[in-house]
Design a binder for this molecule. Structure first.
Ligand code: TPP
Length: 345
């Protein structure tokens, strides 16, 4: 098997390789001065390019043991002289200790992360890694990217399909946590009710949240931790401040033994703003779970849907779905699909 070797001089630092990697096995690493100094021998770096990044050193790090050799990274590399070249696995095993250093010892540079650009999104930690998906999977890069954007506050429900197979490969899970213990909460639903399942998460959270807000209001009126309570009431649902004002609130009421403070502590998981998602394939979204999907979207609630539209039922071998294009021949629709692709929107 071949895995990519990084050609440092040719790399233009676009991070597209990391974006398309299905298994999160290649990642851009930014190092501060001390991290660069402490790096193992052979851990080559170059000056980071980009606004505000020139204080960092840059490296593209491959995990040879986690790479499945699909070559997507090398294919997508737009550098004139390719910055990733597929090489025999044996020749790249020396990268294993470098990977360990890069992901375990080097910190994520929060100031470099920006959800609005492809390049800067890739400096965020993926909360989805090393899944059992096939080499070259076209679904997992989307999941990985979404976890880079929202992973530390995500609640995901997953319909049956490829994404539930590689997403819930018991006893291990590709959904992971950061050093603070934050990461996506994930559960699989039935094929036919996955959107409703996510909706249930949301309604349950909203019900607890309403009670939390009531209790915080009571404490504020009583003059207990007034400032922290008011800051929470004002900014608790603002993505940017939610975690901070929630942590401040918990610290400020730590000594209060009232029933309200106790309730807030017991339900502290629900203080912060969440990002609720329903994941699934086109068999779920276009066909079997469609009624529920329509109903949940029509609610206008703050709920997110990811449809991994592969235009067939991938997990069960390639039956056509309503997402299959007219005329397409699928494994179990060998005579071709005679109706046009459904417009989900
Ligand atoms: C009601 C029901 N019918 C059939 C199945 C069997 N089944 C499991 S996964 C799957 C295909 C999923 O296809 P899709 O939603 O397109 O997801 P993909 O595998 O392509 O990601 C089917 C038919 C099931 N789990 N439940």
């Amino acid at each position: 098997m071949d895995v990519p070797e990084w050609n440092i001089s040719a790399c233009i630092q676009c991070n597209q390789c990391a974006l398309v990697c299905p298994h999160a096995a290649i990642r851009p690493i930014l190092l501060d001065e001390n991290e660069a100094k402490m790096a193992p021998a052979g851990f080559e770096t170059k000056k980071a390019l980009g606004a505000g990044l020139d204080k960092y050193q840059y490296r593209m790090q491959v995990s040879p043991y986690d790479c499945t050799g699909c070559g997507s990274c090398a294919n997508v590399c737009p550098a004139k002289e390719k910055a990733l070249i597929m090489k025999p696995l044996d020749s790249q095993l020396k990268e294993a200790p470098n990977w360990t250093y890069a992901v375990e010892e080097v910190s994520i540079k929060k100031d470099a992360v920006n959800a609005k650009t492809v390049k800067n999104s890739q400096f965020a930690k993926p909360y989805f890694e090393f899944s059992g998906a096939c080499a070259g999977c076209g679904e997992t890069p989307y999941i990985k990217l979404i976890t880079q954007l929202y992973g530390d506050r995500m609640y995901i429900t997953n319909a049956s399909g490829c994404s539930s197979a590689y997403g819930g490969s018991t006893p291990s899970s590709p959904y992971c946590t950061d050093k603070k213990g934050f990461g996506p909460a994930w559960a699989m639903s039935l094929f036919e009710d996955n959107a409703e399942y996510a909706y249930g998460y949301l309604l349950g959270q909203d019900a607890i949240k309403r009670q939390l807000v009531d209790k915080v209001q009571i404490l504020a009126e009583r003059g207990v931790a007034k400032e922290a309570c008011e800051a929470y009431l004002e900014k608790g649902m603002d993505v940017e401040y939610s975690r901070q004002v929630s942590d401040d609130l918990l610290a400020a009421i730590a000594g209060d033994t009232s029933e309200e403070a106790e309730f807030i502590r017991q339900n502290n998981e629900f203080l912060t703003k969440k990002s609720v998602w329903a994941f699934g394939g086109d068999g779920w979204a276009y066909d079997i779970g469609y009624g529920g999907l329509d109903h949940v979207l029509a609610s206008g609630k703050d709920i997110n849907i990811l449809v991994m539209d592969t235009e067939v039922y991938s997990n069960t071998g390639g039956q056509s779905s309503k997402a299959t294009a007219a005329g397409a021949i699928a494994k179990f629709a060998a005579s071709g699909k005679d109706t046009k692709k459904k417009d989900l929107a």
